[in-house]
Design a protein around this ligand. Structure first.
Ligand code: SF4
Ligand code: SF4
Length: 327
């Protein structure tokens, strides 16, 4: 595994970072002990960097798996809009992770220059937190070209997470080429660039996962890649791509045929954009949010890219659900 320095800080991230959203209770598919086992296995494979956020509710999984060890790097994020909210969120993160100093802390989901200006207070406290020694490295996460370009202009930004995958899915205001241009600006400004959603929340997992991983791990503008994982097999496969090694044994077959389940998180706003694209009519509205009929979903991945809230995911199904599913 390759490790990358973050800006001029002493933080080093592994080229493959572990996204913990899918292991957390929002997806509620796995007991905490089993989730911790996957995290520990990833650490044994050389993954030192784990991605969480206040909204993911997965920080306690990290303390459960690793205790208070400083042996891992945590990327944490907050949706704070004000100075006071960011102050509260950083304090909460330090308590929940049982740390005196956060490794990397980001302003979550910066959508535009206007959005950033409305959240200026939160950014101001984040900068102060770095000066006070509460955070080592700071930056943004963003699903937009505009957010990435803005991050390149801010001298205080060390680390930027951008939505980036071979299909350009999930980039809210442009295409792959436009995001690459913004990433080139980030690199020219000395920022560390972390690609998130390399499989578009699992939407590329059925047919295109190998070329999608090859693309992002081999991309010259990407320093590290954050991938959500829930199984040992996914850890092994992602490590192989990060290390540019061949897939061992039956890994390719296992992952290609692994049963999946579609999950719509409760941050769905009910815009109904996903419904018309579903070729099997698996999606419907219930009490203002989208729901799925699992027996009708064939995991085609068409709905996720249409969701402006990034609320739709395709994940490996736990064995019980696989047995009950349509197989
Ligand atoms: S993955 Fe395809 S089949 Fe399943 S709900 Fe989305 S669009 Fe419909
Ligand atoms: S596109 Fe996203 S936000 Fe809109 S209804 Fe579907 S899941 Fe909900």
């Amino acid at each position: 595994m390759r490790y990358v320095s973050v800006g001029d800080t002493d933080v080093k991230v592994s080229q493959l970072c572990f996204g913990t959203l899918q292991l957390g209770p929002l997806f509620s598919s796995m007991p905490p002990v089993q989730a911790a086992e996957v995290l520990v296995y990833a650490r044994e494979r050389g993954i030192t960097t784990f991605d969480t956020a206040r909204a993911f509710k997965s920080r306690d999984l990290l303390t459960h798996a690793f205790g208070t060890t400083a042996d891992i790097v945590v990327i944490d994020k907050s949706s704070a809009r004000t100075y006071e909210e960011m102050e509260r969120d950083i304090a909460e993160s330090l308590v929940e992770l049982d740390r005196e100093e956060a490794d990397i802390f980001l302003l979550y989901d910066v959508r535009s220059r206007e959005d950033f200006s409305l959240r200026r207070g939160a950014w101001d406290y984040l900068k102060e937190a770095k000066e006070m020694g509460l955070v080592k490295a700071i930056g943004f996460s963003t699903h937009t070209v505009e957010g990435a370009a803005l991050a390149a202009e801010l001298p205080e930004v060390d680390f930027v997470q951008v939505t980036f995958n071979i299909a350009g899915f999930g980039i809210l205001d442009g295409d792959l080429k436009a995001m690459e241009e913004a990433m080139a600006k980030l690199k020219a400004a000395g920022k560390t660039v972390c690609a998130v959603k390399p499989l578009a929340g699992g939407m590329l997992a059925r047919d295109r996962w190998e070329e999608a991983l090859e693309f992002v791990f081999g991309h010259p503008l990407v320093d590290c890649v954050c991938v959500g994982m829930t199984t040992h097999e996914e850890v092994d496969a992602n490590c192989a791509f990060a290390n540019a090694e061949p897939l061992e044994g039956t890994l390719r077959e296992t992952l290609t045929h692994m049963p999946k389940r579609l999950v719509i998180l409760d941050w769905c706003t009910g815009c109904e954009a996903c419904l018309p694209v579903c070729p099997t009519n698996a999606l419907f509205m219930q009490r203002g949010i989208a729901k799925v009929l699992p027996e009708r979903c064939d995991w085609c991945g068409k709905c996720g890219p249409l969701c402006p809230e990034q609320a739709i995911f395709l994940l490996p199904a736990p064995p019980r659900e696989s047995a009950e599913g349509k197989e």
